[in-house]
Design a protein around this ligand. Sequence first.
Ligand SMILES: Cc1cc2nc3c(=O)[nH]c(=O)nc-3n(C[C@H](O)[C@H](O)[C@H](O)COP(=O)(O)OP(=O)(O)OC[C@H]3O[C@@H](n4cnc5c(N)ncnc54)[C@H](O)[C@@H]3O)c2cc1C
Length: 495
Amino acid sequence: MPDQAADVIVVGAGNAAFCAALAAQEQGASVVMLEAAPEAESGGNSRFTAGSIRVVYNGVDDIKTLVPDLTSAEVDSTDFGTYTAAQFFDDMARVTQHRADPDLVELLVTRSFSTLNWMRAKGVRFIPIYGRQAFKIDGKFRFWGGLTVESVGGGSGLVAMLTDAAQKRGVGIRYRTRAIGLLYDGGGVEGVRVREEGALRELRARSVVLASGGFEANPEWRTRYLGPGWDLAKVRGSRFNTGDGIRMALDIGASPRGNWSGCHAVQWEMNAPEFGDLAVGDQFQKHSYPFGILINATGRRFVDEGADFRNYTYAKYGRVVLEQPGQFAWQIFDRKVKHLLRDEYKIRQITKVAANTIEEFAQKLEGVNAAEFIKTVKQWNAAVRTDLPFNPSVKDGRCTQGLAVDKSNWANTIDTPPFEGYAVTCGVTFTFGGLPINNDAEVLNTDYRPIRGLYAAGELVGGLFYFNYPGGAGLMSGAVFGKIAGKAAANRGTI
Ligand SMILES: Cc1cc2nc3c(=O)[nH]c(=O)nc-3n(C[C@H](O)[C@H](O)[C@H](O)COP(=O)(O)OP(=O)(O)OC[C@H]3O[C@@H](n4cnc5c(N)ncnc54)[C@H](O)[C@@H]3O)c2cc1C
């Protein structure tokens, strides 16, 4: 016999799911969340994040609204700049090569600031990302890349604050409960079939919000949709996001939508485990490559490391590394830029070599053609436009000239020991293909009509990201569409 679980069932317990649950609860609905993971591993990819979140702000006053305890010393010593709606629209259009769905982008951009304030009112606290998104220039911190705030405590802090906010408001969370199918009578969705404590159960609800992530942790689907070789990528985050929500919806006639062959994938420590490790979090990533060069097994460069700010290239360069022989690369730096390397370069679980001469260094780069590498460095040093000033906080145009693969910004000679190399492979973050939703986050069927009672938010929404992604947009998307989905799910039939 099916149980009447709640008015609204939310599948998942990551950022999108919590925002949906809180928004549904706010409307007076009873809410139950289903989480496949045990409590110790719960929170999905959201928990693995740094908590960086891309939001529109028009100046320091907006930052003060999001971060009310910002001190006047911080305000005086910081140039926050702006990240206007126009900038966010431009970024979404540019990085997705104008394929992002305009309706989804409109909601993402125009609701970002109000949604973050709503989360703050629910108990989530934010701070400026001084450590990773600002450089101190002439005594003043200057933010760059459109990414300025993060949740206190990073992703684990975010999930802890959201869990607390939900539980305080009476939202139930059933851990170790995997949704495996939707109850559907041909007219609308009436609940969820689950596997819980080794038993199969049916849970009824007036509506269901799917917020169970993409299919990044499913090597068979990765190979099927992203292509050959993607089974070899490391998974940066949760091992629980195996595409169930997408499959369950397709099984009852939902349409597939978006960039099914695309995903967010970054450069990731070569010897990292197969799935994310919560004790290390996102520290396996290696994001300072714009200040060095990337070398593959042939000893040659293969990509413009400085094509844009890190926030606009990192999510597509994992794929580029996966395409190299042996699926690895070495990031190379010299002493001149060492101070710019992010904290993640200081962790213990790292594949690193260092040497004082290029010849000795070349021998240490495992798997690399040493003679070719030495030649590459010579050609590189001769091609750097050292006549142009280097400035990490702007696109400085300090490029190389005349190489087979030139670098557009932040080019520095590699001539000052010690030389350092860090081995990376491809780490997949999340997949872009998923389900179509309308402006109420209702899932659409193959006739592009809403499936009554079914809503979706977060990674499994298709149509927003293609080829690439602006850093911090994942959490913002989950929050905006989670809030919309939760509200609409609670009001099903009444609005
Ligand atoms: C290492 C790392 C760092 C990142 N850093 C950032 C960042 O700083 N900023 C940013 O914006 N984005 C970042 N991202 C991307 C970001 O994590 C995602 O875009 C976002 O968290 C997705 O939220 P979500 O709620 O859709 O999915 P998730 O947070 O992954 O939640 C999915 C939930 O569904 C559950 N689940 C899955 N299948 C089932 C099932 N069948 N039944 C029940 N439950 C199920 C999972 O256990 C999980 O609780 C990062 C990702 C990783 C991996």
